[in-house]
Design a protein around this ligand. Structure first.
Ligand code: MN
Length: 234
């Protein structure tokens, strides 16, 4: 994997922290304090300039409001989700919708489709949160990554490859609430990345998919099994 100045840390589940070549900290899907597989040493967010939110479920935005209260980052999300976050006191909202690209700090972020649901649990109410999405992020050094969010495989991943050609993709493999290794291997055929980073597995007992299964099913792609809290920088 050629990160060329980017530092990538998986915090467990769908949560990643990325330090850009310009030194900005991005968090994708801020579920940290309540995330049982995030190491204790990572539970306190020290700094964050940009939050990318793929959807409204608690295991994706569970700590968004608290992190925004502490650090006031720019938050990227679909309008309905941003609207809810705004009502909770989040100040810097950079809403967008699928197919759009915007520059935030030193990254270009494109919102893409995900095949999933997006309700927001707000007390005893389930609030409409728009639709679930994924993100393609282009860094100033030219590296492009695709975080698929929670999703099943879908045929238009071929369009994501043709339009953006991300060399690194983060795909859910846990099964039950998202695709499992079989579908993720099919997604690799559509996306043709150099490296796939499995996510959204092992957190709960029903998330039974494992990177080893994907490794067997997708032999032509590098399957990078990250450990929560360990940073990869090359
Ligand atoms: Mn999830």
């Amino acid at each position: 994997m050629d990160l060329n100045g980017i530092k990538l840390t998986w915090l467990g589940h769908a949560t990643f922290r990325i330090e850009t070549p310009g030194g900005k900290t991005i968090i994708i899907d801020p579920w940290i304090m309540g995330n049982t597989i995030t190491p204790e040493t990572e539970k306190k967010v020290k700094k964050v300039a940009i939050l990318l939110c793929t959807q409204g479920h608690g295991d994706h935005i569970g700590d968004a409001v608290e992190i925004c209260r502490q650090h006031n980052p720019v938050v990227v999300g679909i309008p309905e989700l941003c609207g809810w976050l705004g009502k909770k006191g989040v100040k810097q909202l950079a809403e967008m919708n699928k197919g759009g690209t915007q520059t935030v700090g030193d990254i270009k972020v494109t919102m893409v489709h995900a095949d999933h649901s997006c309700g927001i649990q707000d007390g005893d109410q389930m609030v409409y949160g728009g639709e679930a999405c994924g993100y393609v992020v282009e860094f100033s050094n030219g590296v492009k990554i695709y975080h698929a969010g929670d999703t099943n495989v879908f045929g238009d991943m071929a369009i994501i490859r043709e339009l953006y050609s991300p060399e690194i993709v983060m795909l859910p493999i846990g099964n039950h609430y998202t695709m499992g290794p079989r579908e993720a291997a099919y997604a690799c055929n559509l996306l043709k990345p150099k490296t796939v980073i499995p996510m959204h597995f092992g957190t709960f007992p029903v998330l039974v998919g494992r990177p080893g299964e994907l490794l067997k099913l997708a032999p032509r792609v590098q399957v990078l099994e990250m450990k929560p809290g360990v940073t990869v920088a090359s």
